[in-house]
Design a protein around this ligand. Structure first.
Ligand SMILES: C[C@](O)(CO)[C@H](O)COP(=O)(O)OP(=O)(O)OC[C@H]1O[C@@H](n2ccc(N)nc2=O)[C@H](O)[C@@H]1O
Ligand SMILES: Nc1ncnc2c1ncn2[C@@H]1O[C@H](COP(=O)(O)OP(=O)(O)OP(=O)(O)O)[C@@H](O)[C@H]1O
Length: 306
């Protein structure tokens, strides 16, 4: 990742070259409880997904060639493995259409950071091409398709701050007071699979009633394991917790601290040792992707009851 992009500097390149950009926001898991394991190895979890007003940007140059390509290949990820290309191909196959697209990506979000960058890119691709190719799938259909790409894709398709259960696909909207988050990256890449296959992972947290949710009464069940394995995460958490309630998101590596206003969040960010890249973002109840969709004329098909 380009260090310069992990700041709050405005990313305007796609706009500057005249493309219509689609936001691909980050999420935080304000808590993450693991309640059990399904026979297929996936974990049964409960989480609160907080949408942020900060993320990557995508632009879609559609054509009739039938070819799906990346105008801006992602360093270290082959195009055929890129969740953006995989999402576009999945939608084309599912809808039996033979249109093409050349896709530009401005990557701001750290990869493997637990803030859902890849899943969000996939969801934005599904939502945007559904509209631009005139596919007209409903929100439910897009979310179901997204689940084939990853457990976190459906929540980004729906674009709401929400409680999630199951493998993360059962979603209950849960609007939160809009706070500010300082999100910091300890510069380690943690594989989600590594954490979920760890023998010592806590997997027996009792199911919680959503109405009982309070940040202080919850935790991230992956955090202790990650802190034990990665001293960089432990050090960053220790530093942040001195200033504000702080926790790891997802399976790591990013850590967030919660503030009631941006001024306080930015004051702490200014003190953060330079080795830790960070950004400050507002927590939003409706994701920037949803806001863009609602602004455009053509939303989901009329079969969508949401
Ligand atoms: C833990 C979270 O980061 C919370 O946001 C996500 O649920 C992970 O979502 P994701 O990255 O979209 O996950 P996937 O790409 O589907 O799976 C990545 C890896 O995590 C494991 N995985 C994922 C979700 C889940 N509920 N149980 C799991 O055990 C899968 O076995 C796989 O090895
Ligand atoms: N478009 C993409 N953006 C980011 N990563 C991608 C993309 N396509 C494929 N990947 C692969 O997915 C891996 C996980 O990336 P991602 O940024 O989604 O992790 P994450 O933030 O930990 O996700 P989560 O919170 O959902 O577990 C990357 O290391 C990369 O190899």
């Amino acid at each position: 990742m380009d260090a310069a992009l992990m700041t709050n500097s405005k990313v305007t390149n796609l706009q500057e070259i005249g493309l219509d950009w689609w936001p691909s926001p980050a999420k935080l898991n304000l808590f993450l409880h693991i309640n059990g394991r399904y026979p297929n190895g996936y974990h049964q979890l409960q989480s609160l997904f907080q949408m942020l007003d900060y993320g990557d940007k995508l632009a879609f140059d559609i054509n009739d060639s039938g070819v799906i390509s990346m105008a801006t290949p992602l360093k270290g990820v082959k195009d055929e493995d890129n969740l953006i290309v995989r999402a576009a191909k999945l939608l084309a196959e599912h809808a039996h259409i033979n249109k093409g697209v050349n896709i530009s990506l401005e990557k701001c979000l750290p990869m493997g950071g637990g803030i859902g960058g890849g899943s969000s890119n996939a969801a934005t691709t599904l939502v945007a091409l559904n509209q631009l190719w005139g596919v007209k799938l409903s929100e439910d259909e897009l979310a179901e398709l997204g689940l084939e790409l990853g457990a976190d894709v459906p929540i980004f398709v729906r674009g709401l701050t929400a409680f999630a259960s199951g493998v993360g696909e059962e979603i209950t909207p849960a609007p939160q007071e809009e706070k500010w988050y300082l999100v910091a990256n300890p510069n380690v890449h943690i594989s989600t699979a590594e954490v979920f296959t760890a023998e010592k992972l806590t997997r027996n947290t009792p199911i919680m009633q959503w109405e009982d949710y309070q940040f202080e009464k919850t935790r991230n069940d992956c955090q202790q394991l990650v802190v034990n394995r990665y001293p960089e995460v432990a050090n960053l958490l220790q530093w942040l917790v001195h200033y504000a309630p702080s926790r790891m998101t997802g399976t790591g590596a990013c850590v967030f601290a919660i503030f009631s206003d941006d001024v306080c969040a930015k004051q702490v960010q200014a003190k953060l040792p330079a080795a830790w890249h960070s950004f400050v973002a507002k927590g939003v109840n409706r994701s920037p992707l949803l806001q863009k969709l609602k602004k455009s004329e053509h939303v989901y098909a009329t079969s969508d009851k949401k």
